[in-house]
Structures are given as structure tokens and as C-alpha cells.
Design a protein around this ligand. Structure first.
Ligand code: ADP
Ligand code: ZN
Ligand code: ZN
Length: 670
């Protein structure tokens, strides 16, 4: 009989499989791909996944160690998830073992055995929160067209781009489309951005459907995660609403996927396994021959481009649903205007009017803390983070200086560290300061601040959102956290305190982001019967793209950006991959990337390599950061190039002195 070794994928960064002998007294025929095994690895015991058998292991037979234990009898991976993981490991050039491990709930990943783990599966209980049929709306014709198109595609691969202005009734379209798939006994996966899954969203689904709906997000306990995973796998739950990693959930009979706010950055994992959940969702829909809906009021340029190429069917909801009208948007030129902590007289007087009329006012400032700069008036010294060479933000409530790049912090000093004088003062405006100014200015109004600092404790965001719904606060101040999907019917005025940041960023995506943010924020105004108004404070009231965005709308703005991208050989017309390296010495990081560059050969390949160059943020947490950008004319050219290159990088000398990573389709080039 031929001798067989087992090929095991392990959760380690090395992009290869590892060979082991079968466990003693175990008949190899029982093995199926997707079982977990426990194996010795160096001094550790790891949980890996069995992939295949081989007659030719890459290590001498006598050196092979046996698998310590086989943990399962059946594969833990649904067929499509298994295929998706392989595709993703290939496409993102990441370790298959890490990808498979990331796709499992923590309990299973750690090698616990679900059958014996202390888990009580609740019998599917009657959902008491279900209030019957919520508020029923008659769909308008644009909504009906969208719902019909989605339902008609049942059982075939068809991506849709649902481009609907804020408040146009996209969620209503999802609900009505989903209903049909549930009737056909299929399940539905709804992906939402990280902070998009509010209790309000869940409640809206629970009001509409009697079926079991499960949520999947980062604050679930491991046991809750495992239960959710089982509920989807067994078909007990009909709908899962989840953030990024829900894309790896097994389903008994998946019929439809929805990616809400598809442009949102949180769909891309920004460290280790850098996958894009929206793109994986498209791939998974393709594998399963099912429809998928990407919805947004401000679609990504990638998706708009795909729609233009007829790869996606374009569905549009051009008007707000029901009685709500689009808000009236005005630019406030603040050049030469006397500003009171960033607030112009015109803005202050509008706030007053709206408060007097009983409306809520929402102010948007994308900078938390009290002030971004602490400076000495005697000598010009500034508080700087030594690990990042960046200025530290002053936080008033905690009386600390904090680096927003590496999270290091220290107590606020009383004297200047440069000259010893006691003349430190702040420059610039953060949300804490804005809160203080407004509280002083409008003593009768209650001010709520929503940012990462004010919502750290579990449940505090929910509490604040509830209070806002109940009109307990009149002035709402927030960072981009407040821009996402929330529905506050009583907000009549939205103001963007500082719109200038997006115009001058070196990131080529900055304008796209700025446009998305402006519209998403504006979309919070006048969502119900009361009309809404939006004020945008800027020093650049004549910026042509800003004017185009406001006069002609997002689509026309996006078309201009797409033309610019095409001329400049940028995504979505060109395909990027980014190597990043970090090291305590800048030379080591740059040297490593130079080695990568040296082993490449781009002649005749339609590939361009840019770098090594310092990242936009050249130092973070004490490490120097350098990058190498690969630009290719087509996706397949890029993929072929990386397929040859990445294995060669793993055997470069000096790789232990740097942290390096590869980001395919990077969203942030810094
Ligand atoms: P979006 O998801 O596009 O922001 P929603 O689905 O949340 O929009 O709808 C915005 C508001 O309009 C909600 O209060 C919703 O109940 C209401 N709505 C949606 N569709 C209709 C309709 N056809 N008729 C009346 N009201 C509607
Ligand atoms: Zn720092
Ligand atoms: Zn000084």
C-alpha cells in the first residue's frame, strides 16, 4: 500500500501547507477536507484544517510528525465557504490556513468541540419583539421596479447596484425583496457597515418579519457567535444581518445577499487578512448562482464603473420616499468671517432659529478631542508624539494629550517642555470644544456628543441614539460615526463645520470620500415631514467639484471623478497592489522593499512599480513605514505578477527584521 501524508493548513503567516503523518490507528479513508486537526508545530500545538493527502510530502518521511488528534467527523465548511476561502487566499495572496481560521467562529478556531462545549442551544423561541407588520408602505414605482427586478433574478447570479438618495426607501426595498426569498424557503445575508447595525435597523427587520433574524457583529460573545453560526448553518435563522466577517457564515440555503452602504470603508479589513467583504460577497453570489444587491446613496466609483460596464444592473431611487423632500443645501463662505471657535455668525443664527422652531440640530466635525494642537505662546513648542512624529490632541475631559495614530497618551503638562513657561494654549477645534461652545451659547438646549470617546462603554451608543430619538437632546455633535445610516426624524438642520479637509489630501480617493461624507451627513436632515436644511462651512466656496456635487448631484460628481481616474491611470481603470514594510530603522524597511523590487522583472508585462517611498505617514508607533506600489493594466496581469513574486519574497533574507504585508486593491494608500 502506498504511504500517505496529510496536507494541513495552519493559522501561520507562511503561505504553504504542512505535511503530517495520519494519527496512529486512524483510517485515512475517514478524512474529508475541512476537518480540524491538532498538530505539533515547533513547541506549540496548533489547530489546523485538513486539506488533502499526498504521496510526496515536501519533507523526508522520517521527519514527519503525526497529527495528534482529528477533531471532527464532518467538514466544518459549507461547500461555498470552502471555495470562497480558497479563492480569497489566492486572490489576496494570503495564507490559506489563516483565511480558513478567520472564517470560523472563535470557539471552533480554538479547537473546542461544539458537541461537548458548554453550549445550550435555545430552542427557536417565539419572537415576542415581533409586532406584526410594522408600518406598511405602498411602494412607489421606482421601489417596485427594484423589488421586481431582484425577485425575478432568484436562482441566478445577478449583481444589482441600488443607487438611491438618502431616505429614498432602500431599506424598504430590501425588506420587500427579502420577503419573496423567505417564502421560497431561502435564507438572506444582509451586510452592514461596522457602525451601521443599530438596534433601530434590527428592530425594523424584526417588525417586518416573523422569522428568526440573527445579528452578527464584533461585540457578540464567543458563545453568541457560535450560536449565530449554528442557526445560519442549520437554517434555523432565515436572515442574518452582520458586519464584514459575516460573509464567511455557512447557510443551509442562501438565496440572496444585500450589501448596504456598499461604499463604506469598514467592509475592507485593514490589517492581516486584507479582504473586501463586498467583493467577496460578489464572488460568493457568483459561486451560488444567486442575486446580490449593493445599495448606497453614494456608490463607490468601483461599483458605478461596474454598472456602466453592464456588469451590474443599475437600479435607481431618485427621490425621497413618502412625504420627505431633499434638504436645501447651502454653502457658507467663511473667508474673512469672524469665527467663534469655528462657528460663523450665520451658522449660529440658523442654529438658533431651528432650535426655536423645535427642531434638532446636528453638527458634524470629524475631529474628536478638544483641540488638535497644543502650543507654547512663548517659544512655539508643540506637543508631539515621539513614536509617530505627529501632533498630539488635547482631550479636556481626561486632561490628557493623546496621539490619534498610535493611541499613546500622557497627562497634560502645566509648563512648556521647551522653555518652561506657563503659556500653553490650544489651536484648532475638536468635538469636545464644540460641545462646550454650544452649551455656553445655547444654555437651554441639551447637547449630545457622539464620537469614539463618548461611546466607548458597551451600550452607550445605543443609549445616546435612544435619547436622541426621544428628543432628549436638541443639539447633536458628532464625528463620521453620526453620518452612518441613522434615521432621526426630528433633525431639521445639519451643519458641516469644516469641509475643506478633503480638497487637499494627497490620497487620490479623498475627493470621492469627501463627496460621500457630505451627502451622507446631509442625508440626516429632513428625513420626515419637517423640511431639512444643510449648511456647509468652507473657505473654498468656488471649488468646481463641490459646486457640481451640490448642483448636479452625486452621480454627475462621480462621473467627473471617474474621468479623472481614467486619465491618471488610477482605479477602477487600473489595478493596484501595495507592499508595506515597517521597521525600527527606515533603511531596513526601504531596503527590504528594494529587494522585492530587485527580484521583479516587469519588461513587457504592463506593470509599473512605484517606490520604495515613505508612506504618507512615514512613522507610526516608533516604526518607519515605507511602501511599494504595483500598478497593472488588468486584474489578471496583476494577479499573475503577484503569484510569481510572493513566494520569492518569503525566502528573501532580512524578512525577519521587518513587518511586511501585501494589500491587493488597497483602499488607503498611506
Ligand atoms: P433609505 O434606506 O434609502 O435611507 P428608508 O427605507 O429608511 O430609506 O426609508 C426612509 C423613510 O421613508 C422611512 O421612514 C420609511 O419608513 C419611509 N418610506 C420608505 N418607503 C416608503 C413609501 N413607499 N411610502 C412612504 N414612506 C416610505
Ligand atoms: Zn503616536
Ligand atoms: Zn515654550
Amino acid at each position: 500500500m502506498t504511504q500517505l501524508a496529510l496536507q494541513i493548513a495552519l493559522p501561520v503567516p507562511l503561505r504553504r501547507l504542512f505535511s503530517y503523518l495520519p494519527p496512529e490507528n486512524y483510517s485515512v479513508e475517514k478524512l474529508v477536507p475541512g476537518l480540524r486537526v491538532r498538530v505539533p508545530f515547533g513547541k506549540r500545538i496548533l489547530t489546523g484544517i485538513f486539506i488533502s493527502t499526498t504521496e510526496t510530502p515536501d519533507v523526508a518521511w522520517e521527519k514527519l510528525k503525526p497529527v495528534a488528534e482529528v477533531l471532527d467527523e464532518e467538514s466544518l465548511f459549507a461547500a461555498d465557504v470552502w471555495q470562497l476561502c480558497h479563492w480569497a487566499a489566492d486572490y489576496y495572496h494570503y495564507s490559506l490556513g489563516e483565511v480558513l481560521s478567520a472564517a470560523l467562529p472563535g470557539l471552533l478556531r480554538k479547537g473546542k468541540n461544539p458537541a461537548t462545549a458548554p453550549l445550550t442551544r435555545r430552542a427557536s423561541r417565539v419572537d415576542l419583539s415581533h409586532k406584526g407588520r410594522g408600518e406598511m408602505h405602498e411602494l412607489n414605482s421606482a421601489q417596485q421596479t427594484a423589488v421586481d427586478a431582484i425577485q425575478k433574478s432568484r436562482g441566478q447570479f445577478q449583481p444589482f447596484l441600488l443607487d438611491g438618495v438618502t431616505g429614498s426607501g432602500k431599506t424598504e426595498v430590501y425588506l420587500n425583496a427579502i420577503e419573496y426569498f423567505l417564502k421560497k424557503d431561502q435564507q438572506v445575508l444582509v451586510l452592514v457597515p461596522e457602525i451601521g447595525l443599530t438596534p433601530q435597523t434590527l428592530q425594523r427587520f424584526r417588525d417586518f418579519f416573523a422569522e428568526k433574524i440573527i445579528a452578527w457583529h464584533s461585540s457578540l460573545t464567543e458563545k453568541e457567535r457560535y450560536n449565530a453560526w449554528i442557526a445560519a448553518k442549520t437554517g434555523d435563522a432565515k436572515i442574518m444581518i452582520g458586519t464584514r466577517s459575516a460573509i464567511f457564515t455557512p447557510f443551509k440555503n442562501l438565496g440572496l445577499m444585500i450589501v448596504d452602504e456598499e461604499h463604506d470603508l469598514s467592509y475592507k479589513q485593514q490589517d492581516s487578512f486584507r479582504y473586501h467583504a463586498r467583493d467577496l460577497a460578489i464572488m460568493r453570489a457568483h459561486m451560488n448562482h444567486i442575486p446580490i444587491v449593493l445599495g448606497s446613496a453614494t456608490p463607490s466609483l468601483e461599483s458605478l464603473h461596474n454598472a456602466e460596464q453592464n456588469r451590474y444592473q443599475y437600479l435607481s431611487l431618485p427621490k425621497r420616499a413618502g412625504k420627505a423632500a431633499m434638504p436645501d443645501v447651502q454653502i457658507l463662505n467663511i473667508c474673512k468671517k469672524p469665527l467663534e471657535q469655528g462657528l460663523s455668525p450665520a451658522l449660529l443664527s440658523e442654529i438658533k432659529t431651528h432650535l426655536n422652531n423645535g427642531g434638532q440640530v446636528m453638527l458634524f466635525l470629524n475631529r474628536r478631542g478638544f483641540a488638535p494642537v497644543l502650543m507654547c505662546h512663548e517659544c512655539g513648542w508643540m506637543a508631539v508624539c515621539k513614536r509617530c512624529d505627529m501632533r498630539m490632541t488635547y482631550h479636556h475631559h481626561s486632561s490628557t494629550l493623546r496621539c490619534h495614530h498610535c493611541d499613546s497618551q500622557k497627562k497634560l503638562m502645566t509648563h512648556c517642555e521647551g522653555c518652561g513657561e506657563k503659556s500653553l494654549h490650544t489651536i484648532g477645534l475638536g468635538t469636545e470644544q464644540l460641545e462646550q461652545v454650544l452649551a455656553n451659547h445655547f444654555p437651554d438646549a441639551s447637547v449630545a456628543r457622539i464620537d469614539r470617546d463618548s461611546t466607548q462603554r458597551k451600550g452607550s451608543l445605543e443609549k445616546l441614539l435612544d435619547q436622541i430619538q426621544n428628543n432628549e437632546h436638541q443639539i447633536l455633535i458628532g464625528t463620521q460615526m453620526l453620518a452612518k445610516g441613522h434615521h432621526f426624524p426630528n433633525v431639521t438642520l445639519v451643519a458641516i463645520i469644516d469641509a475643506d479637509g478633503g480638497f487637499f489630501s494627497p490620497d487620490f480617493r479623498a475627493l470621492e470620500r469627501m463627496g460621500q461624507l457630505l451627502l451622507q451627513v446631509s442625508g440626516r436632515a429632513g428625513r420626515a415631514e419637517k423640511p431639512g436644511k444643510v449648511l456647509i462651512q468652507t473657505h473654498h466656496p468656488d471649488h468646481p467639484l463641490l459646486i457640481q456635487l451640490l448642483r448636479e448631484g452625486y452621480k454627475s460628481f462621480a462621473d467627473s471623478l471617474l474621468k479623472e481616474r481614467q486619465i491618471a491611470f488610477l482605479p477602477p481603470y487600473f489595478f493596484f497592489a501595495l507592499f508595506r514594510a515597517e521597521a525600527y530603522h527606515a533603511r531596513q524597511a526601504a531596503g527590504f522593499l528594494q529587494q522585492i523590487k530587485n527580484i521583479t522583472d516587469v519588461t513587457g508585462k504592463n506593470i509599473r512599480i512605484l517606490g520604495p517611498i515613505p508612506a504618507l505617514m512615514p512613522k507610526r508607533a516608533g516604526r518607519h513605514r515605507v511602501q511599494l506600489l504595483i500598478q497593472a493594466a488588468t486584474r489578471s496581469v496583476l494577479q499573475r505578477f503577484l503569484k510569481d513574486l510572493v513566494p520569492a519574497i518569503e525566502s528573501l533574507p532580512g524578512k525577519h527584521r521587518v513587518h511586511w504585508s501585501l494589500d491587493v486593491d488597497p483602499l488607503e494608500i498611506y
